[in-house]
Design a protein around this ligand. Structure first.
Ligand code: FES
Ligand code: FES
Length: 571
């Protein structure tokens, strides 16, 4: 590895540093210098959270290798645009317009806006949108309207048509919030790049913190594990400890997460998700070992040397394959279809086939088959967890859990530490939209800290995280709907088949959603419906915005449109 001394002019001051120009990106260097307002989300140049201005040009710092920069290149970061006691109009406008939600994308957007307004201080809303599109600034929270509002406000100030004082900064001081605009309490830090998210926390951990890399073989969706060979990895530089399922059990853990059923009354599923897989791989993103080392690079290099020998098993990658009569059980303890929920109403309560008769004999009827897809949450920030024993002897886990207490329950006895000795602390959070309701990442961090007895930091790459985290469940559906000659609904029948993925947790909850939401809010007098849910070898299903309703409405709203068209009525 060859290092080079370099100079950059950063926010007006010349700064000297050493870097590895072949390996380091501009984002790596800035963040090492403490300029953590340059956030790294995707790390492959498609989200814009790392935007800076380099020699006058808007640049995504994560893909700009240092070998391509000359000494004394001029860099403007979010820290150079404005500070809490000296806000730039763009930052003030972002706060007032409500353009900050999780805030992870915010510094990148503000830097991008700064570059836009240098070029064109009177853009149209369309031009603002085009600029962000062209420069790949992505926000997963706001929906962009407030962001464009903020740019238009800031541009008006910069043209001298308004002053920053024209913006109302809310009514927090009188304590009367109802019905009034207020500013987000965390917005000031976020617009200045001073909110410290997971990877920023990791940078600030003490020097003795071990870095953890996952061994995620990604060789099969369903396989028997024959052997995990860590011998070569153990000899790699900087490796302190390699952890497998055996180590977790020796430390007193069950290695099984306490994620069985969602509702206490449910008895149909038992916990099946391993912290580290030992006998079988159930899905592509499963993890079989952890490497703890002195640096992130050493941990990752050693993780790549762990050899995993497998025997391929049949892979069931969708609901239809998993429910075939000859499909093997994915979890021996549970049939692949593990829950079903009927809905019967009107004549359907007497006999479901009577609903079919009503539909057959109605003035208008339609029939269709539909599919709603698996969806990733794609929060701009990925997954970064830190764990350590704190001053009270508690195992503290800093993360972005969506339920700090429920996560403790889900870790359960899996890693060997008592639940009342676990403390979950929310980091400033770049959103999750549902994926962080599961605690698999927290179990990995807890196991590493508990077994090594050292502070640890686990930061997944965006790709690793996409394979590791849950998704919205895909769903097949068939259905029919019928109305009389005046367009009044007579009856519907439907059959939903949901793909729960590899682990059943939450399946007993989601199954009620299509059954409740299908054909809501229409008055349907006669119904014969059924929802079934099956284990497959795909990523497990988890919480997501509008949990369960897109699957329902894909069928019912489509059928309603088709029926209206057939009956000649405007839907
Ligand atoms: S574009 Fe650089 S982190 Fe996404
Ligand atoms: S506020 Fe933009 S990603 Fe959260």
């Amino acid at each position: 590895m060859k290092f080079k001394k370099m100079w950059l002019n950063i926010n007006g001051a010349n700064r000297m540093f050493a870097c590895n120009p072949e390996k380091d990106s501009l984002a790596d260097v800035l963040r090492r210098m403490g300029l953590t307002g340059t956030k790294v989300g995707c790390n492959v140049g498609v989200c814009g959270s790392c935007s800076v201005i380099l020699n006058g040009k808007l640049t995504r710092a994560c893909t700009k290798k240092m070998r391509n920069l000359d000494d004394y290149s001029k860099v403007i970061t979010i820290e150079g645009i404005g500070q809490p006691n000296n806000l730039h109009p763009i930052q003030a406008a972002w706060i007032v317009a409500g353009a900050v939600q999780c805030g992870f994308c915010t510094p990148g957007f503000i830097v991008s806006t700064y570059a836009l307004l240098l070029e064109n201080n009177n853009p149209t809303r369309e031009e603002v949108r085009d600029w962000f599109h062209k420069n790949k600034n992505v926000c997963r929270c706001t929906g962009y309207v407030q962001i464009v509002d903020a740019v238009m406000m800031a541009a008006a100030v910069m043209r001298g048509e308004k002053t920053i004082e024209d913006f109302s900064l809310g009514h927090q001081e009188d304590g009367e919030y109802y019905g009034k605009p207020i500013t987000r309490p965390t917005a000031l830090a976020k617009v200045c790049g001073l909110a410290d998210y997971g990877d920023d926390q990791e940078l600030k951990m003490p020097a003795e913190t071990l870095k953890v890399a996952m061994v995620q073989p990604r060789v099969a969706h369903h396989a028997k594990i024959i052997r995990i060979d860590t011998s070569e990895a153990e000899k790699m530089p900087g490796v302190e400890r390699i952890i497998t399922a055996k180590d977790i059990k020796e430390a007193g853990g069950t290695n099984i997460m306490a994620e069985g059923h969602f509702f206490e009354r449910t008895t149909l599923t038992v916990p099946t998700r391993h912290v580290l897989c030992e006998d079988k791989i159930f899905r592509y993103g499963d993890v079989v070992a952890l490497v703890c080392a002195d640096t992130k690079d050493h941990a990752r290099e050693a993780a790549a040397k762990v050899k995993v020998e497998i025997e391929q098993l049949p892979e069931y990658l969708n609901y239809l394959d998993a429910v075939m009569p000859d499909a093997q059980r994915i979890h021996p303890s549970t049939p692949n279809i593990f829950a079903q929920q009927p809905v019967l109403k009107g004549v359907g309560l007497e006999e479901p086939s009577k609903v079919a008769e009503l539909i057959d004999n109605s003035a208008y009827s339609v029939e269709g088959s539909f599919y709603s897809t698996r969806e990733p949450h794609l929060s701009i920030e990925g997954d970064s967890v830190q764990a350590y024993f704190d001053e009270d002897g508690m195992l503290a886990i800093q993360c972005k859990s969506q339920g700090v207490y429920s996560s403790i329950g889900r870790i359960g006895s899996s890693v060997g530490i008592a639940r009342d000795k676990i403390r979950i602390i929310m980091n400033p959070t770049g959103a999750s939209f549902g994926w962080s309701t599961h605690a698999g990442d927290l179990c990995l961090a807890a196991a590493a800290a508990y077994i090594t007895k050292k502070p640890i930091a686990l930061s997944m790459s965006y790709e690793e995280h996409q394979h590791f985290s849950g998704k919205r469940r895909p769903c097949y559906s068939n259905g029919r709907a019928a109305c009389d000659k005046d367009g009044k609904l007579v009856a519907v029948e439907y059959d939903y088949g949901m793909d729960q993925g590899a682990y059943t947790f939450g399946g007993d909850d989601i199954i009620s959603k299509p059954s409740r939401f299908a054909f809501f809010p229409y008055k349907v007098p006669n119904v014969a419906g059924l929802t079934r849910i099956a284990i497959t070898n795909h990523n497990f299903g988890t919480a997501y915005r509008s949990y369960g309703s897109p699957q329902a409405y894909t069928l019912s709203e489509s059928l309603m449109d088709m029926l209206a068209e057939k009956a000649g009525i405007d839907p």
